[in-house]
Design a protein around this ligand. Structure first.
Ligand code: ZN
Length: 120
């Protein structure tokens, strides 16, 4: 799972990621040139949520960061914005936590990220 942001043109950014013909510039360009995109999730927010979502995804059991600083070379918070999970149940859990986070405006990211023992 890759987490990115596009504060100036989300649809253009997603379209670019999905295009096969493009200059290879960002880390995700190199990955998308050889990998298949399965799902794209979008949300509109005034805050840059990619780091929060990445941190959230890292809390899922057996999630890992296969490439350090992938998509996060200028990020001071994250080891990577690319998270590897194996099972659809992990993806579903991450999706649910992101939805919970998105609905809970006013909560700091760390407040929503603490996993409950029943979910992991
Ligand atoms: Zn980050």
């Amino acid at each position: 799972m890759y987490f990115g942001s596009a504060l100036n043109g989300l649809e253009r950014r997603v379209d670019r990621h999905l295009r096969s013909e493009k200059a290879l510039y960002w880390h995700i360009d190199f990955l998308s040139a050889v990998a298949t995109v399965r799902e794209v999730w979008r949300t509109y927010s005034l805050e840059n949520a990619e780091c929060c979502w990445t941190e959230l995804a890292e809390t899922i059991a057996e999630a890992s960061t296969p490439v350090l600083k992938f998509g996060s070379s200028d990020c001071i918070f994250c080891k990577s914005h690319l998270i590897m999970v194996t099972y659809k149940t992990q993806v579903n859990l991450i999706t649910r936590r992101i939805q919970e986070y998105s609905r809970s405006s006013g909560l700091a990211c760390r407040d929503i990220l603490r996993p409950s023992s029943t979910e992991i």
